[in-house]
Design a protein. Structure first.
Length: 390
């Protein structure tokens, strides 16, 4: 009886164990079919990694959105740059920080952000000669540059843009691409710069009385490319009472224009394009109170012209005389002014840093006449001490 009882009890335990086992097995299958996982399973690890790691496609998008810097080639050859982002402009400014200047002749347009970065450049000059136009926002930013600013490519400019550009903090501005300006633009330009500033407008071959009136208010030195000039314009320009006046395009002037220009109240008058003058023009110019008169375009003067020019009391420059006859030399020897430079470089105008213009090879007797006046400065090879060595 006891044996039968023991066997029965053991069988019951075995049956219970089987039931528990199959129940557990069934629950695990159900969990797997529902997508759940137990702690530490491979599924859970993969799931966590997917949360931490970004997708490869999003990585590529981030790389494409990163601003592209300038190539080493363009950093070595900035003249070939034809477009810039603000970031690239900043990079360029840093790359050329130790250079005297930055020249970008291939850059045809910029926005205000690029202009803002370029204006931070600390070199002596910034050349943007291929910009044909700028708006007032770009002008506002470029005006912050403190070096020499070359915008020779601008072919037009309006009053609003000029007003911003007139705030330019440097002392050298080149706008030689402008072939015409109105009185409003001239009015704004005249506000820029102090006595030592230089404004280049060589592209202006003609201006009217109103423009001349406004430009005469400019305190600095101004360069105009006028190919012709009437008496009204000459009278207005002569009212400029400071700085220098360079009229580079004039080939000839008459007595009335010479008389008007003789009243110029600045320090330096350059008529370097004038190739020939007569005694009437010479007489009017010699009466000028200007400190320095440059006639570097003259290739010859006769005795009548020489006699009149000898009356000038300021400094006088002749840089391209190809010949002087004895009679003209005797008239010039009477010069009582401060200095007369004949074919000798000066510190003004286009002869800066040179020691002569055209090749002058006069007779030794003529050289002796000219050298008799210590105020007349000839090239070193024509001085008495140099001639004695030969």
């Amino acid at each position: 009886m006891n044996r039968i009882y023991s066997v029965t009890l053991a069988g019951a335990f075995i049956a219970i164990a089987c039931v528990v086992f199959f129940q557990k097995l069934g629950s695990e299958k159900t969990a797997l079919s529902n997508g759940s996982s137990s702690p530490g399973s491979g599924y859970e690890k993969n799931s966590r990694l997917s949360e931490i790691r970004p997708a490869k496609s999003s990585q590529r998008i981030i790389k494409r959105s990163k601003p592209k810097g300038l190539s080493d080639y363009l950093l070595k050859n900035p003249s070939e740059i034809n477009s810039l982002t603000a970031e690239q402009a900043a990079e360029l400014v840093v790359a050329f920080a130790n250079d005297r200047g930055l020249k970008l002749p291939g850059l045809t347009s910029i926005d205000k952000n690029v202009a803002r970065e370029l204006a931070k450049y600390e070199g002596i000059w910034l050349q943007l000669t291929s910009l044909t136009s700028i708006d007032k926002d770009v002008a506002y930013e470029l005006a912050k540059y403190e070096g020499r600013l070359n915008l020779a490519g601008l072919t037009s400019i309006d009053q609003d843009t000029t007003r911003e550009l007139a705030k330019y903090e440097g002392d050298w501005l080149k706008l030689s691409g402008l072939t015409s300006i109105d009185q409003d633009v001239a009015y704004e330009l005249a506000k820029w710069g102090e006595t030592g500033a230089q404004l280049y407008l060589e592209g202006l071959t003609s201006i009217d009385k109103g423009v001349a009136y406004e430009l005469a208010k400019y305190d600095g030195s101004i360069v105009l490319g006028l190919s012709s000039i009437d008496n009204d314009v000459a009278e207005e320009l002569a009212k400029k009472d400071g700085g220098q006046l360079h009229l580079w395009g004039l080939v000839s002037i008459d007595k009335d224009v010479a008389q008007a220009l003789s009243r110029f109240g600045g320090t330096y008058l350059s008529l370097k394009g004038v190739e020939l003058i007569d005694k009437d023009v010479a007489r009017e110019l010699s009466n000028s109170d200007v400190s320095w008169l440059s006639l570097t375009g003259l290739t010859a003067i006769d005795s009548d012209v020489a006699q009149e020019m000898a009356q000038f009391r300021g400094q006088l420059s002749f840089s391209n005389l190809s010949s002087i006859d004895r009679e003209a030399a005797e008239k010039l020897a009477n010069y009582a002014g401060r200095r007369m430079y004949i074919n000798r470089g000066t510190n003004r105008g286009t002869n800066r840093g040179t020691n002569g213009g055209a090749n002058l090879d006069p007779d030794p007797q003529i050289l002796e006449i000219l050298n008799s006046n210590p105020a007349i400065q000839l090239p070193s090879k024509y001085r008495d001490d140099e001639i004695a060595k030969q």
